[in-house]
Design a protein around this ligand. Structure first.
Ligand SMILES: [Zn+2]
Length: 419
């Protein structure tokens, strides 16, 4: 019984499967709405930030669509980015400049089209509130600022529902609106790493402006909470020894817990210590950056360090699947970022997305010349226009870059120990 209770405590930081299902469903539903409405009303392209041809092709390409829509991220951004715009929309006051602009951009809609827009807005708002109410990471998942997420949590959904009936502007637009994204999507060459880049690129939350964790340890937790978090970390497959040291519990007890949960001994051997490891490939850099971005976003929502780490690991593993780095590496990275300065966050000079970069010898990556793995072409497939420009002749694309499939909503370890 006691064990069941500790599971419940750490489980609340994992995104429930039903919310993942709602996100996927909203992604598909809103995409279909956009395809249909853009087919009839081309002028909506400027409001939705996407062209009919691009999004129709994506919707019909099952593999690419499932790669993008099966992530825990909503692939639509709010058209209203600030709490002030939402307040005005909900309360029906004199419109803000942005709302007036959106109203001005709206083409005339027939009664049926208008009803379809209303339904799409409601589908979006329902998914939005599900995520806001169920995840500390709602802001990055929904592509909004932490302030806006906080504001919307304070407004009951029915108030937004009432406003939707009154005002016919779309509340959502396409999130991944970058030409290179569409190029790779059309060619069926997107990977989880590239999707991760575009999700961070098209988000108002920047990891260089988020709070840091400070040193790990001395969490001042009750015995029960300590055990619950230990269990959460072990279910992520962090090593018994590291967790024992972090939560000040005997290593034997943690080894026992590891054996009980996973049916095998906790791995032994050297613990990760290298900062360079996280930057050794474009893929590792994207994954490490995503993890830190999520971890710090959770801290910005006032999560404790253990809570933020569990949340960030859960979403990262859902996004990258089996290719995500071992838990022990993720643990080392998140922890060392609070004390060491071997790694720093630098903004890409081309797209300005903040990325993890080397801040120490032998290779310090300077802020003024730093380029992210997407802009440098390291993430793109060999046939991307970026690569071609840099490397001359295109090579044939490899099937290994294709990993399109629905993310498993069950049986991925972290969410399963309770079943
Ligand atoms: Zn860049």
């Amino acid at each position: 019984m006691k064990q069941r209770q500790t599971e419940v405590l750490s489980d609340q930081f994992l995104l429930p499967n039903w919310v993942l299902d709602r996100i996927m469903s909203a992604n598909f539903r809103l995409t279909t709405y956009m395809v249909n409405s853009l087919a009839v009303t081309k002028d909506l392209a400027a409001v939705f930030d996407t062209e009919h041809e691009d999004i129709a092709k994506l919707r019909d390409d099952y593999e690419t669509a499932s790669l993008i829509f099966g992530t825990p991220f909503v692939t639509f951004l709010p058209t209203l980015p600030s709490a002030e715009d939402w307040r005005c929309y909900i309360e029906g006051r004199t419109p803000t400049a942005l709302i007036s602009k959106l109203e001005g951009m709206m083409p005339g809609l027939t009664l049926v089209q208008s009803m379809q827009l209303e339904q799409a807005n409601r589908a979006y708002i329902t998914a939005l509130y599900d995520v806001l109410n169920m995840s500390l990471l709602a802001a990055p998942l929904l592509g909004m600022s932490v302030e806006l997420a906080e504001y919307l949590r304070s407004v009951p959904q029915h108030k937004v529902d009432l406003a939707i009936a009154e005002r016919r502007i779309p509340l959502f637009k396409w999130r991944l609106s970058n030409r290179l994204f569409w190029f790779e999507a059309a060619a069926g060459r997107l990977t989880s790493d590239m999707v991760a880049h575009y999700l961070m690129d098209n988000s108002p939350i920047r990891s260089d402006r988020l709070p840091h964790s400070g040193p790990w340890g001395n969490f001042h937790l009750s015995r029960f909470a300590r055990l619950a978090y230990c269990e959460g970390f072990i279910r992520l497959r962090c090593r018994a020894k590291s967790i024992a040291a972090l939560f000040d519990i005997t290593p034997d007890k943690m080894r026992e817990m590891y054996l009980r949960i996973h049916g095998e001994s906790s791995p032994s051997g050297q613990q990760p210590a290298s900062a360079v490891w996280y930057l050794e490939s474009a893929s590792r850099r994207v994954q490490s950056t995503m993890l830190i971005w999520l971890f710090r976003s959770a801290l910005a929502e006032e999560a404790s360090v253990p809570e933020a780490f569990i949340c960030a690991m859960d979403i990262s593993r859902r996004l990258f699947g089996d290719e995500f780095m071992p838990a022990e590496r993720a643990f080392h990275l998140s922890r060392s970022m609070s004390t060491d300065e071997d790694l720093a966050i630098r903004s890409c000079r081309s797209c300005s997305t903040p990325y993890l970069a080397s801040n120490t010898a032998p290779k310090i990556e300077l802020a003024q010349s730093f380029q992210c793995p997407c802009c440098s072409g390291a993430l793109s497939s060999p046939n991307s226009p970026l690569r071609r420009k840099q490397r001359g002749r295109p090579r044939k694309s490899s099937d290994a870059t294709k990993r399109a499939r629905f993310r498993p909503l069950k049986g991925d370890g972290a969410g399963e120990a309770s079943n």
